[in-house]
Design a protein around this ligand. Structure first.
Ligand code: ZN
Length: 279
C-alpha cells in the first residue's frame, strides 16, 4: 500500500475523468489526499472525498501564488492565477468537514515577485500574513498543515529560512513541507521542529542529484511520498499528465537511493502519512 500525500485530482486537468483516475489508484491500493490551493479547489477536494467511503481525503487552504493575479508558465506547469483574499470564516467552515485532514497548501513563494502595482515587500508581507492566519486556523482545529515553500531565483533559500523563522514562533504545529526543494541543512531544521519532508517525482529526474543526496541522508521515518499531480510526473512519464498511481515511482526511487526494499519504503511512508493526518 502507498498514500499519495499531495495530489490535485480536484484541479481542472482531471475535470473529465477524476473518478477513473481515483479508481485506478484505489484499485492498486494507493490512497490519496487532494489538496486545495484556493477556495474553489479546496471545496472541490472536499466534495470529491465525500464520494469515497475510504482512501480519499482533502486538505483546504490558500496557496501563496493565489494571492496575486498572474501567469505561471514553466516547464512543468502552465496556468493563470486569480487573486483571492483569505476569508477565514469560509475556510473554517470547509475545514470542519469530516473528510478534511489538513490545512494547506499554504506557505511562501518568492519565485515570482514581479507583480504589477505591488512592491516585493508588499507581496512578501501579504504572504506571511495569510500564512500566519492559516497556522492559527490549523491550531484552532487541531489539524496538521501542508506547506508550500519556494525561494527566489537569486536566493533559493530565502523563503525556506523565513518560513522556518515563522514556524519556530508557533509551538505544537504538525505538518509536511511538500515538494521539498532545498538543502539537507534546511530539511534537518524542519525535522528538528517536528515536521515531515515530502518528495515528488522531481527526485526521479536526471538533474536532481542534489535532492537525491538529501533523500539519502534523511531518515525514512520523516519522509512522505507525493505526486503533486497533474504536475511533475516522475520518470518514465515525465512531461505527461501526472496522477496518484504514479506515486509508486517516487517510492521506488527512494528505495533505490537508500539501497533498501521498496516494500519497506511503502510501509514506512504509509505509516508516516497515517500518523500525521490521523487517517
Ligand atoms: Zn500542490
Amino acid at each position: 500500500m502507498l498514500i499519495d500525500s499531495h495530489s490535485h485530482v480536484n484541479f481542472n486537468a482531471f475535470k473529465e475523468d477524476h473518478d477513473e483516475v481515483i479508481k485506478r489508484a484505489l484499485d492498486k491500493n494507493i490512497w490519496l489526499i487532494n489538496v486545495g490551493s484556493q477556495y474553489s479547489t479546496s471545496e472541490r477536494a472536499v466534495k470529491i472525498a465525500e464520494n469515497y467511503p475510504n482512501g480519499v481525503f482533502a486538505a483546504v487552504g490558500l496557496h501563496p501564488i493565489h494571492l496575486e493575479e498572474g501567469m505561471v508558465d514553466e516547464e512543468e506547469a502552465q496556468f493563470k492565477t486569480v487573486q483571492e483574499d483569505f476569508i477565514l470564516e469560509n475556510y473554517r467552515l470547509l475545514a470542519r468537514q469530516s473528510k478534511v485532514v489538513a490545512i494547506g497548501e499554504t506557505g511562501l513563494d518568492y519565485y515570482r515577485l514581479d507583480v504589477a502595482n505591488r512592491s516585493e515587500k508588499e507581496i512578501k508581507d501579504r504572504q506571511k500574513k495569510v500564512f500566519r492566519e492559516q497556522l492559527v486556523l490549523a491550531n484552532e482545529l487541531n489539524l496538521p498543515l501542508i506547506f508550500h515553500c519556494r525561494g527566489s531565483k537569486e536566493n533559493p533559500e530565502d523563503a525556506y529560512k523565513e518560513m522556518l523563522e515563522i514556524l519556530s514562533e508557533h509551538k505544537g504545529l504538525k505538518g509536511v513541507i511538500h515538494c521539498f526543494g532545498s538543502t539537507l541543512e534546511i530539511a534537518q531544521k524542519f525535522i528538528d521542529l517536528g515536521f515531515y519532508i515530502g518528495f515528488t517525482g522531481i527526485i526521479t529526474f536526471e538533474k536532481a542529484q542534489k535532492l537525491q543526496e538529501v533523500v539519502k541522508n534523511l531518515p525514512l521515518e520523516k519522509i512522505l511520498v507525493e505526486t503533486d499531480c497533474p504536475y511533475l510526473a516522475p520518470e518514465p512519464y515525465r512531461g505527461k499528465r501526472n496522477e496518484p498511481m504514479y506515486v509508486e515511482f517516487v517510492a521506488r526511487k527512494i528505495a533505490e537511493i537508500k539501497g533498501t526494499d521498496f516494500d519497506k519504503v511503502a510501509d514506512v511512508t504509509t505509516r508516516n502519512v497515517k500518523e500525521l493526518f490521523k487517517i
